[in-house]
Every structure is written in C-alpha cells, then in structure tokens.
Ligand binder design. Sequence first.
Ligand code: ATP
Ligand code: LTN
Length: 327
Amino acid sequence: MKRAFSGVQPTGNIHIGNYIGALKQFVQLQNEMETVYCIVDLHSITVPQNPKELQEHTLDVAALYLSVGLDPKKSIIFVQSTVPAHAELAWILTCNSYTGELSRMIQFKDKSKEKESAPTGLFTYPLLMAADILLYDAQYVPVGNDQKQHIELTRDLAERFNNKYGDTFVVPEYKGTKVGARIMALDDPTNKMSKSAENEHSRISLLDTPSKVKKSIMRATTDSDNEIRFDEENKPGISNLLAIYSVFSGLDIKEIERKYAGCGYGQLKKDLVEVVNDSLVDIQKKYFEIRKSDELLEILREGTKKAQNISEETMIRVKEKIGLVRL
Ligand code: ATP
Ligand code: LTN
C-alpha cells in the first residue's frame, strides 16, 4: 500500500493557496492510499511565535484539516511535537548533510535575506522536513511547488543514507496539482500568495468573511487588455483568477474561457466572488462546529498513537543501521 505524508505550519491565516496547493490534494489522496497529515509546530518555531497563539493556531489548523474534508477514519492526523521521533531523526539527518546543500535552499535564502544573522532553525528547517517524510516511508508528498526543492533534498538525503548504510528509507516523490500548484498574490501576481504578506487583500484566508473575499477579489491586480485568457506569462493576474475559479467551481480552464468570451474582467471577478464564497461557507460552518468540540483533541490523540507506532519502527531500523545501542 502506497503512503502519502504532508504537513502545514500552524501559523494562522491558512489561505486558498495552501488549500489549493496542499489541503485539497490531501483530501483526494485519502481514497487512493494511506495518508498521514501533520501540523508541523516544530517548524513554525524556526521564527518567533507567541506561545498562546501557537497553541491556538495548532488546533485551528487541525480543525481546518477536518473542515476541508480530512477523515480521521481514513487519515492519520497529528501534531508533530507529540511524536519525538521527528526531532530525533532530524538530528541524525543533520549529521549526514552538508552546509553547502542547505545554503542553496531558496526558502532559507528568502527568509534570511534581510536578517543580519539568520536563526539556525531556519537553516536546518529542511532536515526536520525530511525527517517528517522519511519516518513514515512515504512515497508521495503532496505540497505546493514552493516546496519542490525541499523534496529534492529529502530524496538526496534518503539516497545518501541508503547508499552508506544499506536500504533504509523510501525515496519520496513530489506530488503537485495540475492547476494551482502556485497560487499568486491577488495584489501582485508575480509573487506567491503568502500567509505573511503585509497586505491582507493579497490573500483570501479560509476563514475570511464574504465581504472581505469580495473586496480582495474585486481589487485584484489584472491587466489592461480586457481579454479573459489563460496565459501565465503575459497575463499572470487573470490566469491566477482563472486557476482559482477552476478549482472552486470544478470547471476546467478552457470551459471558463469559453463561458466568459467577450465579457469584461468585472463580470469574471463578480462571479468568482460567488464561487469562492459558496465553498468557504461550507468549510467555515464545519470549522466552527469542530473547533470547539472535544472530539478534536480525541482525534489528535488517536493520531499521535498511530504516528508513534509507525515512526518508532523506522527509528529502530535507523538506529541499528548507524550503530546506536539498543538496551
Ligand atoms: P506561506 O508562504 O503562505 O507563509 P508556507 O509555505 O510557509 O506558507 P505552510 O503553511 O506550511 O507554509 O504551507 C502549507 C502548504 O501550502 C505547503 O504545501 C505549501 O507548498 C502550500 N502553499 C503555500 N503557499 C502556496 C501558494 N501560494 N500556492 C500553492 N500552494 C501553496
Ligand atoms: N515546509 C513545509 C511544511 C512541512 C512539510 C513537511 C510539508 C513541514 N514538514 C513534510 C510536507 C512534508 C512548508 O513550509 N510548507
């Protein structure tokens, strides 16, 4: 049986980019293979966090996982820090990695760019991510395309370890969506939609109100030729809106182009507001029910147990290979 593994950071503001690039795939894969989904709180502390907010955001993301359709009967859902093997394997991988390969990571370069001295955790972040994946023998990693380079590094680390110590890890593959592997910021379609961008209208969060969604879409940056056509290079704004439309409506991009042939951007935006809000209403309704229920904690506790069982077996294998004693 094949297995997929992925994670999302509990940093609040989960947006439709995260949903389209990652969460939506998580849900689809539940019916095709074993699925393990994590809330990666240890990754989020690579930058300063308010402890109270971190706890809240961890449960928020867990509730969002369930609201978008993850089913605890089909998927293992848990919080990273409740399974100590993640940090343990990350250390072992650290000792089998090179500073040169970590310095090449685009996310590290971006996030440390304006800092005089970058936090060490930001630098070693991809090793913890590799540990997450390798612990569960995952063949597939559904993520947005900004994470592709980290998956490449995970593959290199797994292959290096297997060559040095003999077959130990499954070498995982990136799994991206055809449409929407990189949803762009609404105010600047040359940048990816991000949780941390200052302008709140650059993104649509899954918990945004209908009026905020309307404002963000109606203000979205487009171009001046008034032709509704998918062309990422020359028309990044309209192409981004078409991708979002396609994912939320289930229509393919060609059908949407036909539907809006001869129409202005205003009409497309107005309809997109409706399409997005219709989907968000359902997600939000479930979210507010689940977030305050005791069931949420129960599901996470159950997930921890299952994740511990799998990861402990991997750690026994790994420790034996490198010569750590078992008493
Ligand atoms: P951000 O850049 O928005 O702060 P992130 O990438 O740092 O988010 P996560 O919350 O851990 O952090 O991302 C969760 C998932 O969402 C990852 O699989 C990531 O690749 C995906 N993702 C993030 N932004 C986008 C986007 N704009 N389009 C598609 N997928 C995205
Ligand atoms: N680095 C990812 C989050 C992440 C992840 C993982 C994704 C941490 N561990 C394991 C897939 C598999 C991000 O920032 N989006």
